[in-house]
Design a binder for this molecule. Structure first.
Ligand code: SAH
Length: 443
């Protein structure tokens, strides 16, 4: 359902960009908080061997398991999975993410959400849906932008929907986003938690994307797809074979990789015939999720912004573990370390189908520069006189956009309703007037 906003849902590029420019200048860019402080870690200190024991008895009973099954158990086992019981983010955790590094990151993404809502015709209802919200920092920065842009958003019926598998992290998110105004939902409801944000919006938590209500939505996924289970395949003389996880015969308390002798169901259906690589990783769960987002965007309107480290179908072995900000052997201490694989954006693009338009991937550096990160930094610096906070601002800006740091490693990829760019058919996609994906004239 669209509000009566001018005659058409297709707002012209100039109008949209001018509105965005206006809207960005309206935001009061206040210093919000220093993200560098160490987190109150609730990390479990006791040695965790329960997942390893569980996997060893499973492999003993039924044979080697796929890397996807290994990754799923290690990360999201409902009792002892890494994401289920840890707060892994921040200085005291295992890795740090852009929203935790600087408030500017979330603020610029907040502006992107509003600009896409405007460009799509200012729907009367607007669902902000975040997949894997971590500690809630990104959503919190975005909601602050929404409150500052109240005049632009008007009477729009805005709601917030978080898809989070971790009960522990959902508590952090609830605390961060609602203070104490939240409640647990009954078993018969799709949301397992709900409440009201500090800014007065209804907010809900779900375990799966399909439980989120239908309606115009902007979906955000920051470092979410890289946490989804991958299958690994090796090219051999006999054709593609799946890489599996087995017990190490030399040391029965340890795991090792083996290459399956015969084809598996996954090697039969997940490999493209024309793939020229020697080793391939495929994330079918990511494919299914992006397909669901694409179907919703095609039918209900909206957009998705997927941000992650990744490649466009070129990389091979990217499966890694992180613990305490250090690389960690992926097969050691499952459940105690983060496991991750680069996102294959070419695969995500293929899985979205023909009913939506995809943009990107573009680097984090160019996306944030296109969104005006330089002028935002200047405004914050102008309003800040504390030398250490100023140094921190400059340091975090550098972390985000320096090509040697996160600037080139992280990629932005968007899925849009086809109507969004219908009037620009024939124009090159990298010049399409979508904030972040094209240079905005900020003069
Ligand atoms: N977006 C945050 C957190 C990234 S960590 C940030 O950038 O700071 C990955 C997040 O995805 C965590 O919140 C984790 O609990 C969640 N997650 C991982 N696998 C998931 C799954 N299968 N379904 C829902 N959430 C998942």
């Amino acid at each position: 359902m669209l509000c009566d906003f001018g005659a058409s849902n297709k707002v012209s590029s100039m109008r949209t960009l001018l509105r965005l420019k206006l809207l960005m200048s309206e935001v009061r860019w206040t210093m919000w908080q220093n993200r560098s402080s160490s987190n109150s870690s609730i990390r479990s200190l006791e040695s965790n061997t329960s997942i390893l024991k569980h996997l060893i008895s499973k492999i003993t009973a039924t044979g080697p398991i796929s890397v996807a099954e290994y990754m799923r158990e290690a990360l999201t086992n409902p009792v002892a999975g890494y994401y289920v019981k840890n707060d892994m983010l921040g200085a005291g955790g295992d890795f740090i993410t852009s929203p935790e590094i600087s408030q500017i990151f979330g603020e610029l993404l907040g502006v992107w959400c509003v600009s896409e809502w405007m460009a799509a015709g200012k729907s009367c209802t607007f669902q902000l849906v975040e997949l894997g919200p971590g500690r809630g920092s990104l959503a919190s920065d975005i909601l602050r932008v929404f409150s500052q842009l109240k005049a632009v958003l008007g009477e729009t019926d805005i709601s917030v929907h978080l898809v989070e598998v971790s009960p522990k992290l959902s508590q952090f998110q609830a605390e961060c986003l609602t203070g104490d105004k939240m409640q647990t939902c009954n078993d018969d409801q799709l949301a397992y938690r709900s409440g009201t944000t500090r800014t007065g919006l209804p907010i809900y938590w779900y375990r799966r994307i399909e439980d989120v209500p239908r309606g115009f939505s902007v979906f955000l996924a920051h470092e979410f797809f890289d946490a989804l289970p991958i299958h690994k395949f090796q090219r051999t003389e006999k054709g593609w074979r799946e890489v599996m996880v087995d017990i190490d015969p030399e040391s029965p308390e340890k795991l090792r990789f083996v290459v399956s002798h015969s084809p598996t169901l996954a090697s039969g259906i997940l490999i493209q015939n024309d793939d020229r690589r020697q080793h391939v990783e495929v994330c079918p769960e990511g494919g299914v999720i992006v397909q669901k987002l694409a179907n919703r965007i095609a039918e209900d309107g909206g957009a998705a912004l997927i941000v992650d480290y990744g490649h466009d179908g070129t990389k091979t072995d990217t499966f890694r573990g992180f613990k305490g900000h250090q690389l960690h052997n992926v097969l050691e201490a499952p459940g105690m370390a983060d496991l991750t694989a680069d996102v294959d954006f070419s695969y995500l693009r293929k899985m979205t189908g023909n009913e939506v338009t995809c943009l990107g991937p573009v680097t984090q550096r160019s996306f944030l520069k296109n969104m005006g990160i330089d002028s935002r930094l200047q405004v914050l610096l102008r309003n800040c006189h504390d030398p250490s906070t100023r140094a921190q601002l400059i340091h975090s800006y550098d972390m985000l956009i320096n090509p040697e740091k996160m600037g080139l490693r992280f990629q932005f990829f968007s899925v849009l309703n086809r109507g969004r760019l219908a009037q620009y058919r024939g124009m090159q996609k990298n010049t399409a007037p979508v904030a972040g994906f094209a240079e905005l004239d900020m003069q």
